[in-house]
Write a protein that binds this ligand. Sequence first.
Ligand code: PEP
Ligand code: MN
Length: 295
Amino acid sequence: MRASWHERFAESRDVLKSARCEPTIVPVFDFQIGSSEFITMAGPCSVETEFQLMATANHVRRAGARILRGGAFKPRSSPYSFQGHGLEGLRMLARARTESGLAIVTEVVSETDVPLVAEYADILQIGTRNMENDSLLEAAGRSGRPVLLKRGMVATIADFLRSAQLILDQGNPNVILCERGIRTFETATRNTFDASAIALLKQISHLPVIADPSHAAGHRELVPALARIAVAAGADGLLVEVHPNPDKAWSDGEQSLDFAGFDAMMDSLEPWLDARRTEQEQREGCGSEKMEAAG
Ligand code: PEP
Ligand code: MN
């Protein structure tokens, strides 16, 4: 990593790569985020009904997802929109975990809810609207759970890394960075997917980086292409919205994939993941050849 990046992001020194620092690998159940396996987290924007959640969990598991997403506490642009089922939503997520074997990621929106959400979730999600809510970040950091930190919609990479640093400061090393699109002058897409942020974060930080193509695109037909771009940019995984009947979803239906769409997206990632594996093997082969030559 170039020294100039160190200077630029000096305030967040513990999230930066350094000569000593191994990549952070976040353990969840029997798998890891930030290691060789590309991890897909998928599910509805909001937990709506038992049927909706179970059907989605079973489907995305069969298609290769490892983690079920679903909001029980929803921060909405309008206070009159559906705010989530709260505790009942968490209970439904816990039942879906038991039935499907998937781990659970769900959002926590308030500092006081952290202990409750941490009881049910395997990973706590901090949403874009809360990326700079320091007391929430501190509480999530102290929860003992891995934290999936979404980039604020108007946050620079320096702002994003500062928030990650605050979680690490609580003694919690398990932070996953999530690029979910940023606000620009463009309105045709919901946000502008910042692929360069993924490439840069993978260069400068040891933390795992995932992409949320759903909130970036805002339109389901764009989601698979953004997912493939995320793979090419070096992301460690995806967070994707999937719903059995997106046109009837209580939130974010327009950007949610149906089951067939999710399967097609997963299939379309394969050649890109293969190319990445080959490149990785070549790099590792190259490294051992160099070591043999040197030794
Ligand atoms: C979500 O994941 O459903 C969500 C609300 O995301 P964001 O915080 O990125 O808008
Ligand atoms: Mn959503």
